[in-house]
Design a binder for this molecule. Structure first.
Ligand SMILES: [Zn+2]
Length: 247
């Protein structure tokens, strides 16, 4: 399983960066997990829009799904559009982004598969297991298994046992870490710090921790150090272009 980071900014894309977006490949199948602001230009540096086989979106915040619109445009506004793109999301999560164009413009560009949290299903060669994680809108964490390897991705979420269970024994935990050490009072149920992400990686016995969704301007060294206060495995920061081979 190959993971390529398209972006790792929380909230909005900093200069030269992009929001949450991750290309996951196995056996020639290309799955996009989230595609927030500015991820499509990073994607198109690597593959063409018609080479994407499926999309999974964790939740409906635009820093996780806004670039579904340009991806669908890039697939359909051409002479030889590819087959409709399978898109997996929670019910209603993509209503706003899919309404950006006038009705009908993108209708043939995608097939929407709305799933209920807790369900398990296959996306190409990937076994997907979803879990409802606490956020200000419904948010599905996902555990992807292929070729005997496991990638866990929490989307945005507050801490808790479900977030640990999602990542149990994962080869790589891709963990939202919006803040370094302290999550502001009003967001504590919905977002996580790098320090908490480190503790979760430790409790879950994940083999590798990749911090993502850092608020623009965050000191990445401080985030890495905060996660490393408890977790002694390999810790990285999700930045565009990074590639991880989980095999
Ligand atoms: Zn969010």
């Amino acid at each position: 399983m190959l993971l390529t980071i398209l972006g790792g900014c929380g909230a909005w894309p900093a200069a030269g960066q992009a929001c949450s977006g991750y290309l996951v490949e196995h056996d020639g199948f290309r799955l996009l997990v989230d595609l927030g602001y500015a991820t499509v230009p990073r994607l198109l540096e690597r593959v063409s829009a018609d080479q994407i086989d499926a999309v999974f979106v964790s939740h409906g915040h635009p820093d996780h799904c806004a670039d579904l619109n340009p991806l669908l445009r890039a697939r359909t506004m051409r002479d030889d559009p590819p087959a409709p793109l399978p898109v997996y999301s929670l019910p209603g999560a993509l209503d706003a982004v899919l309404a950006l164009d006038r009705p009908g413009v993108l209708a043939d560009a995608y097939v929407l598969h709305e799933f209920t949290v807790g369900s398990r299903f296959d996306i190409g060669p990937f076994r997907a297991q979803t879990r409802l994680l606490p956020h200000s809108v419904p948010n599905a964490g996902i555990r992807l298994t292929a070729g005997g390897r496991v990638l866990a991705y929490a989307g945005d979420s507050g801490p808790g046992p479900d977030r640990v269970e999602l990542a149990r024994g994962a080869d790589l935990l891709l963990a939202e870490a919006t803040y370094v050490s302290q999550v502001p009072e009003g967001s504590r149920r919905y977002l996580t710090s790098a320090r908490q992400a480190g503790r979760q990686a430790l409790e879950a016995e994940a083999r590798r921790l990749l911090l993502t969704h850092l608020q623009p301007g965050t000191d990445t060294s401080a985030a890495r150090a905060a996660a490393g206060a408890t977790y002694d495995g390999e810790i990285g920061i999700a930045t565009p272009g990074l590639v991880f081979d989980l095999s």
